[in-house]
Design a binder for this molecule. Sequence first.
Ligand code: SAM
Ligand code: SF4
Length: 329
Amino acid sequence: MLTDNHGRKISYMRLAVTDRCNLRCFYCMPEHGLDWLSRTELMTNEEMLQICSLLVKMGIEKIRITGGEPFVRKDIVQLLTGISGLNGLKELGLTTNGVLTAPYVPELKKIGVRSVNLSLDTLDANRFFTITRRDEFSNVMASLDAMLSHDMEVKINAVVMDGKNTQDIIPLVELARELPVSVRFIEEMPFNGDGHVYDGSHWDYVRILDEIKGSYPQIKKLDDPAYSTSYNYQIPGHKGSIGIIAAYSRTFCGTCNRIRITPQGELKTCLYDDGVLNLKDLMRKGASDEALQDALLTAFSHRPADGWEAERARVAKTGIHESMATIGG
Ligand code: SAM
Ligand code: SF4
């Protein structure tokens, strides 16, 4: 079993395959996008597969593909197919904005992708446009339909933002009445790509739960699965469930089992650190699997206790300026 210096099991890896995206969600990146990484800065499929293969041998059991938007990478299906064939991998999932996803769903099912996190912050097409700066609501809903009709496990990710979409909390809860989906409300984090801070007040998990309880006093707490980052709830009569992710309050660090690899091959042992090891650079210098494994084990033995410690230790003391698209969520 792979563990860190705090005795926490490491078994889950998120791999961001690109920083590029076909939406411009304002909580994630500026309107003009980012200074996109060049092709040579991005990892190739072969490099990503080598990293996945090594980490699965070391003890990673679950991999989630994310980005940027995974489906803007033309070779994404080949990568997913390669990863799904790794011996020892128990689960392969992905996170997508759903703009291009619908036509891929049958293939994803065949490859063995059982669970998809779909980002959807509102059920109102106009607000969708305001939040994402693109007119793609109907394509996202088509992807949701396709996933459900192929019996995929779907989690809806909705970032809650004061003055932007708090009126969508209850409609999104209602979605879980009709559909077997888990709707997860996420506290907004400061990874918006230019370090700006909104003047609106923050919606933390307590406030989000209070808002839901106001309309559904009968809401019941569910047992949270091991390593869950969400507090999970059921409303009697609803087919789906509700989750709240305290991503900014960071209440889940004590059991965190996840690591992240950025599109340029940087290992993050905490969402809030600014990268601790560049695996792509090591591979391109010819490092053997043994050397990579030693470097990874060293990084795992210096993991911060929590996201607050990681944020304090960031090399760039200028605050958080990266976009979630370069982290993967
Ligand atoms: N493009 C894909 C998508 O949106 O689903 C995958 C990448 S996206 C960076 C992964 C997740 O991060 C999404 O669910 C998104 O809502 C979330 N996210 C992005 N920026 C965030 C922020 N500033 N605070 C909280 N969550 C954020
Ligand atoms: Fe793109 Fe996802 Fe970021 Fe939205 S949250 S801009 S869909 S990477």
